[in-house]
Design a protein around this ligand. Structure first.
Ligand code: FAD
Length: 379
């Protein structure tokens, strides 16, 4: 791994920094509220116009062909400038890598430019009332409709982030009821305005109404909206989940920026002679930096042609635990002032609490690490 940035990478960083510093909006309402979501879309469209929405994608789809390392640099600059969480993230960071790998050229041409321009907004439909950690227990079904050249989907998805504000859903459905668990699933792309779809929003711990349940009642989806091979959706979905846990959803820039804010807070608020909180801040800063270098290593490996494998579970546990610790330390530094809206730390803490749950709970990730990375026996 080469630890120096090239002149081209330095130039890309400088260009990104200048544009972001001049353009990042501050004080937007949360993108997990309806008004906030609309405001975020304006920002997404500004990013797209400047060709900063999807920097690593090819030019033809709205990107600028940036290398994975340049993408990481952009992410660092994005969070350094105080950029808001991307409301397009489930599409551009989770679905898109899967479309690039499994989509037909027709699907790529149809789906990716509209996703990049924030015209189509994608949410993730994995979880069901009885299929969370045990994702292979999915019951929502897909029944073949030969005459119409497609499938009829029925069932219920839940915990769909920003589902109430999005236009499309990607998800897994049981297409072969006879097959065992992981087999017999197919990956579908579903417009949420299709006849038979009902979306019902519901609230989160922090008061934002960003979740939805999605009910499907005999919803027709043409063959053109199957991603990858029929009955082999599990393998297709694993590309999406590896991206989610390992790299694209939570790039290190977000954590290094939070660590930097935590250091500033410590300078403002702490008793310099008190060792415990100073150590907690130092530890957080070291861990954020460690995650950054670990990610550079992952990117180096991917550039050499390796796939993200089960070790993405290691990074998922690491970043989600780190996020909780950083926010807990901030709340201790703030004391009762943490309750003030304008610090943002309390809201950040409430969201950080969900990190060990979403993208597969940390208990499940630890099982995967034990069995697939360390080769320990299954209990
Ligand atoms: C903020 C947030 C956003 C989300 N966004 C989405 C989204 O956009 N789309 C989507 O599809 N889903 C989403 N989810 C759902 C998320 O993926 C699930 O909550 C998660 O997979 C856990 O499933 P569950 O809630 O059904 O809990 P359960 O699976 O019922 O688990 C309950 C507890 O039991 C533990 N447990 C279960 N099985 C085992 C085992 N074998 N070994 C050890 N411990 C075990 C779990 O770790 C957990 O602590 C989101 C969740 C959150 C919190």
């Amino acid at each position: 791994m080469d630890l120096t940035f090239t002149p081209a990478e330095d130039a890309f960083r400088a260009e990104s920094r200048a544009w972001l510093e001049a353009n990042v909006p501050h004080g937007l309402r949360s993108g997990d509220t309806r008004d906030g979501f609309a405001a975020h879309l304006e920002w997404e469209r500004a990013l797209h116009e400047a060709r900063f929405a999807v920097v690593s994608w090819p030019d033809e789809y709205g990107g600028r062909g940036a290398t994975p390392m340049e993408w990481l640099i952009f992410e660092e600059e994005y969070y350094r400038a105080g950029g808001p969480q991307r409301v397009t993230q489930n599409g551009i960071f989770l679905l898109a890598p899967t479309v690039f790998e499994f989509g037909t050229k027709e699907q790529q041409d149809r789906i990716l430019p509209r996703m990049a321009a924030a015209e189509d907004l994608w949410c993730q439909g994995w979880s069901e009332p009885n299929a969370g950690s045990d994702l292979a227990a999915i019951q929502s079904k897909a029944v073949r409709d030969e005459a119409s050249g497609g499938w009829r989907l029925s069932g219920q998805k839940t915990w769909t982030t920003r589902g109430a504000f999005c236009t499309h859903l990607f998800g897994l459905f049981r297409s072969d009821p006879e097959a065992e668990r992981h087999r017999g699933l197919t990956y579908f792309l579903v417009p949420l305005d299709a006849p038979g779809v009902t979306v019902r929003g519901f609230g989160r711990l922090d008061g934002d109404e960003g979740f939805a349940e999605v009910f499907l009642d005999d919803v027709f989806v043409p063959d053109a909206d199957v991603l990858g091979a029929v009955h082999e959706g599990w393998g297709v979905a694993m590309v999406t989940t590896s991206s989610e846990r390992g790299l694209t959803l939570r790039s290190p820039g977000r954590f290094t920026a939070t660590a930097a804010r935590l250091i500033d807070l410590w300078r403002e608020r702490a008793d310099p002679d008190e060792a415990r909180l100073r150590d907690a801040v130092t530890r957080a800063s070291i861990d954020a930096e460690a995650y950054r270098w670990q990610t550079f290593l992952t990117v180096t490996r991917m550039t050499a042609g390796e796939q993200l494998g089960p070790e993405s579970s290691l990074t998922k546990v690491f970043w989600s635990d780190l996020d909780v610790r950083m926010h807990e330390t901030a709340l201790e530094l703030l004391g009762v002032d943490a309750e003030r809206d304008d610090t943002g730390w309390m809201k950040g803490y409430q969201f950080a609490l969900s990190g060990p749950i979403y993208a597969g709970t940390n208990e499940i990730q630890r099982n995967l690490i034990a069995e697939r990375v360390l080769g320990l026996p299954r209990r």
